[in-house]
Design a protein around this ligand. Structure first.
Ligand code: EAX
Length: 320
């Protein structure tokens, strides 16, 4: 009797959890396992596995194992990468309308960001990837970006002539040029060494990225400028997407949306924890009056051809 029960239970489990996942999704990102995006991808993988009864397996590849961010996005188009969560660094080449989100001092606070990205504007921007062979899934978070350098920077004049690494993002480059720095666009994988060798003097990134990459080893000061919000956009290969059944697509869409809250909560939690650890590691943390930086960048939007005034107005209107 008992043996028959066990056999029946085993048979039932076998049907519920196929020994081999039918569909494998390779998901890459450009940061380390201590970053909230990695934790969210693991959470996402678990949700997808549960919802599909083990039929879909998400494999997570951290640390640019699937390439630098731009290479991963190209991989989505070619079908060699199934999913990637990337910063907006390389994205304007694929979805130019995203430029508006890269404007410094655009968002009032995180609630303003979430209202916009989870609302119509965010949905439209994700859809704008579709014609480029990419399916936009969700807006996750890299975080508010802050400056690091080997000296105190409390006003735009302190940036004068500084070789500042920016992402390969035209809006960010234009902004730092306007502020008086010499922006040097560079893929993330080269930044630590370049800072160490003095090829660049400074860089800007969220607290989580600064901490998980031990930037205090090559930078002495962290200026809490929060000059721009950095999303991490969860993207899927359209080629792969079209090969999935409608049920599988729903599972992935839902799991990505359900992981968004988890990801942002982790981001907020780790940001506090990591800032304390950055201080423990001896970095000088400077509070900055951002007013002169804002003033210097007031006219930036008008100089950027990919920024649609209509979309900018809708974003500004959502600040209240
Ligand atoms: O995606 O390139 C960057 O500065 C990014 O913020 C980083 O790689 C995390």
């Amino acid at each position: 009797m008992l043996r028959r029960l066990i056999a029946a239970a085993l048979l039932a489990t076998a049907f519920m959890q196929p020994a081999f996942a039918e569909t494998v999704i390779k998901a890459g990102h450009g940061t380390t396992t201590g970053h909230p995006t990695h934790l969210a991808l693991e959470h996402f993988a678990k949700l997808v596995s549960e919802k599909s009864n083990g039929d879909i397996k998400v494999e997570v590849y951290p640390d640019r194992q699937l390439g630098e961010e731009r290479e991963m996005v190209e991989g989505l188009q070619f079908g060699s990468v199934d999913m990637a969560v990337v910063s907006t660094g390389p994205l304007l080449a694929f979805a130019p309308d995203l430029a508006v989100v890269d404007l410094p001092f655009l968002f009032k606070d995180s609630q303003h960001v979430y209202r916009v990205l989870d609302g119509d504007v965010g949905t439209e921007l994700l859809k704008s990837f579709e014609s480029r062979g990419i399916h936009g899934l969700a807006w996750w978070e890299n975080g508010w970006r802050h400056l690091t350098a080997k000296k105190d920077i409390s006003k735009p004049a302190d940036l004068s002539g500084l070789k500042l690494r920016t992402m390969q993002n035209p809006v960010h480059m234009a902004a730092f040029e306007k502020l008086g720095a010499s922006p040097i666009p560079m893929v993330w994988g080269e930044v630590f060494t370049s800072l160490g060798q003095g090829v660049i003097d400074a860089q800007e990134n969220p607290i989580t990225v600064i901490y998980v990459n031990s930037l205090w080893e090559v930078q002495s000061h962290l200026m809490l400028t929060g000059h721009v919000y950095g999303p991490h956009v969860a993207l899927f290969s359209k080629m792969k997407w079209d090969s999935l059944t409608p049920e599988q697509q729903t599972i992935i869409s839902e799991a990505a949306k359900e992981s968004t809250g988890f990801q942002r909560e982790k981001s907020a939690e780790l940001e506090k924890e990591y800032l304390a650890k950055i201080k423990e590691n001896g970095m000088t943390v400077v509070e900055v009056d951002t007013a002169p930086f804002r003033d210097a960048l007031r006219d930036l939007a008008a100089t950027q051809q990919n920024i649609k005034p209509e979309m900018l107005e809708r974003i500004n209107a959502a600040a209240q």
